[in-house]
Write a protein that binds this ligand. Structure first.
Ligand SMILES: [Zn+2]
Length: 314
């Protein structure tokens, strides 16, 4: 079965020319999951950039329906605060020890940073418990994957330029949120494509565009599953952690193919733990027929793994 990788840009001409930037959200994020079985100490680059909780590209916009006083949200907020405080005091300790010439703190693989990484995360058990509590509070089905570090609630963004394409990514990175304009949503609906959701987005216009109407876009969340790419062998091409079940791809490879036995039949989908969105020929045809801007379809042979990240080659 033929599939295509969806390439969506976030700027018209260069890195300083982003259509959007993200604003702070009133909702906390899910915490990071530290797994003693599969997360070896790793250097944090740069280690001080984020003293608090980091977020991933994954999102749970449905959480916007929960009041900020909901027990799950309050619990997550409390964990976020505790992690932020613990990290801030660790960074103070780092500065003091570095000023005193302590050689251990300069070793990014050393004990100090292991401790730092653990402090920024919760155990796999607690992380699973929080995800389950959130799933129950929102009534989300089991096949709706929720990742650690997911941002909760609707996207809050600032628009820096107009007009925006029919499909646009909020920031760099293949897993970044996608924003779909009216024409895109209409094309997906008319073709009755499966496994995507749309959510409202709160947009502030940047100073130079103030007074202009915000672009009519919604967050497009692709929920289809492609499973593990066809022909991938556990232990050779990827590992699955027995504790936290995270998939780590081992081989630097070119290309992915669909294993139809694992695929849920979705027209738009992702492979397990690969952030790139894929489209079936039917989905591609529907989007091309509508003449949507901002999208190119690439052969899956252009997928490659670079420095641990799986990306869509230029
Ligand atoms: Zn693990």
């Amino acid at each position: 079965m033929e599939i295509f990788a969806l390439h969506v840009d976030c700027h018209p001409s260069g890195p300083d020319d982003l259509y959007f930037e993200r604003n702070n959200r009133p909702y906390p994020s899910l915490p990071h999951r530290y797994c003693p079985s599969c997360h070896p100490p790793q250097p944090l680059l740069p280690p001080f950039a984020e003293a608090g909780v980091i977020t991933s590209n994954s999102r749970v916009p449905e959480a916007e329906s929960l009041k900020l006083s909901h027990p799950v949200i309050r619990r997550l907020r409390k964990i976020e605060e505790e992690i932020g405080e613990a990290c801030a005091s660790l960074l103070d300790e780092y500065e003091q020890r570095r000023a005193a010439g302590d050689p251990d703190v300069e070793d990014s693989n050393g004990q100090f940073w292991q401790h730092f990484i653990r402090t920024r995360a919760v155990t796999p058990e607690l992380c699973d418990e929080l995800i389950t509590a959130l799933r129950q509070a929102l009534g989300l089905p089991d096949d709706r994957k929720i990742d650690p570090l997911s941002a909760l609630g609707h996207l809050h963004i600032t628009c820096n330029r107009l007009p925006v394409p029919d499909l646009v990514r909020v920031f760099y990175g293949d897993g970044e949120p996608l924003l779909a304009g009216r024409r895109t949503i209409q094309a997906l609906q008319e073709a009755a494509l499966s496994r995507y959701l749309v959510f409202p987005v709160r947009i502030t216009m940047c100073r130079k565009l103030r007074g202009q109407p915000p672009p009519e876009v919604q967050e497009l969340l692709v929920t289809g599953h492609g499973g593990i790419p066809r022909g991938y062998v556990a232990g050779k091409d990827y590992t699955e952690c027995p504790t936290c079940r995270e998939i780590t791809y081992l081989t630097p490879y070119a290309g992915v193919a669909l294993d139809e036995r694992q695929w849920d039949g979705a027209d738009l989908f992702r492979f397990t733990d690969i952030p790139i969105v894929f489209a079936t020929a039917r989905a591609r045809e529907a989007m091309e027929r509508a003449g949507l801007t901002g999208i190119t379809f690439r052969p899956p042979s252009q997928i490659h793994k670079h420095e641990g990240e799986i990306t869509l080659g230029e």
